[in-house]
Design a protein around this ligand. Structure first.
Ligand SMILES: NC(=O)c1ccc[n+]([C@@H]2O[C@H](COP(=O)([O-])OP(=O)(O)OC[C@H]3O[C@@H](n4cnc5c(N)ncnc54)[C@H](OP(=O)(O)O)[C@@H]3O)[C@@H](O)[C@H]2O)c1
Length: 230
């Protein structure tokens, strides 16, 4: 199959790592469907550079009906790689007694429940042999936890656990399932102190996705294709 005939759907591609994923796959000759909540300048500029190869869609993963509407619009399409990137970080330095409950609940919705629900709604667009990847974090590892960003980390650990359940429930799909840890990257979320540029992370993430193609089952994995401890 030529790269040209392959389609990747990136959910949450308006900026940061999601926008970079869309750009990387466009550069590798893929058809890219990229979702946003509002009209971001970055995606519009990218669409102008790759006419026809980039399709823009609107999805808010916290609102399941917007994901279902996308599923309807994509009826009859095949998605070779579904990459669910959308995520938020709130109250990052705060403990459970300091944080606002709403900040924690928002992270549990957007970072844990919504990605797996999005995978559930869109999974039948992905043929056997295809890939569903979700952006988690190194911070989602309970084994490696050191107390930093503890509320955010908890939401990513919950995502990892929910994906374990998903993998068991859908083990006949023949999908490669990846929980992706991209490293600490300079984006709005990662901040200026982060150790990696986007260019030092995202091409490796896409290489890693490619290296796992056609290998069914669930992995929690970093950009170097190393498995991480749960
Ligand atoms: N940067 C890091 O160091 C790092 C490390 C590990 C993991 N991650 C994970 O990587 C992913 C991307 O992070 P980033 O650093 O690129 O963050 P970012 O710059 O803050 O971008 C977050 C992206 O998620 C989208 N998003 C947030 N809530 C959404 C929702 N409800 N529905 C749809 N889209 C939504 C945002 O869209 P809007 O523009 O509409 O807000 C934006 O495109 C996240 O899952 C994050 O947890 C990041």
């Amino acid at each position: 199959m030529s790269q040209k005939s392959k389609t990747v759907l990136v959910v949450g591609a308006s900026r940061g790592l999601g926008l970079a994923l869309a750009e990387e796959w466009l550069g590798r000759g893929f058809q890219v469907i990229a979702t946003m909540r509002n009209k971001p300048e970055g995606l519009e500029a990218l669409a102008a550079r790759f006419p026809g190869a980039l399709e823009l869609e609107r999805v808010d993963t916290a609102e399941a009906e917007t994901v279902r509407a996308l599923r309807q619009r994509l009826d009859g399409r095949r998605v070779d790689i579904l990459f669910i990137n959308a995520g938020i970080a709130r109250a990052i330095e705060l403990s459970p007694v300091q944080a606002k409950e709403k900040d924690f609940l928002d992270m549990m919705l957007v970072n844990a429940l919504a990605p797996v629900r999005t995978a559930e709604i869109l999974r039948d667009l992905v043929p056997a042999g295809g890939t569903i990847a979700i952006m988690t974090s190194e911070l989602g590892s309970i084994a490696h936890a050191n107390g930093s960003w503890q509320l955010y980390s908890s939401s990513k650990a919950a995502l990892n656990m929910l994906m374990k359940g998903y993998a068991t429930q859908h083990d006949h799909d023949g999908h490669t399932l990846l929980l992706v840890a991209p490293g600490w990257v300079r984006t709005e979320m990662g901040g200026s102190q982060a150790i990696l540029s986007i260019e030092q992370s995202i091409p490796l993430v896409v290489d890693m996705i490619e290296a796992n193609r056609g290998k069914p089952g669930l992995r929690y994995v970093d950009r170097f294709n190393q498995s991480l401890p749960w």
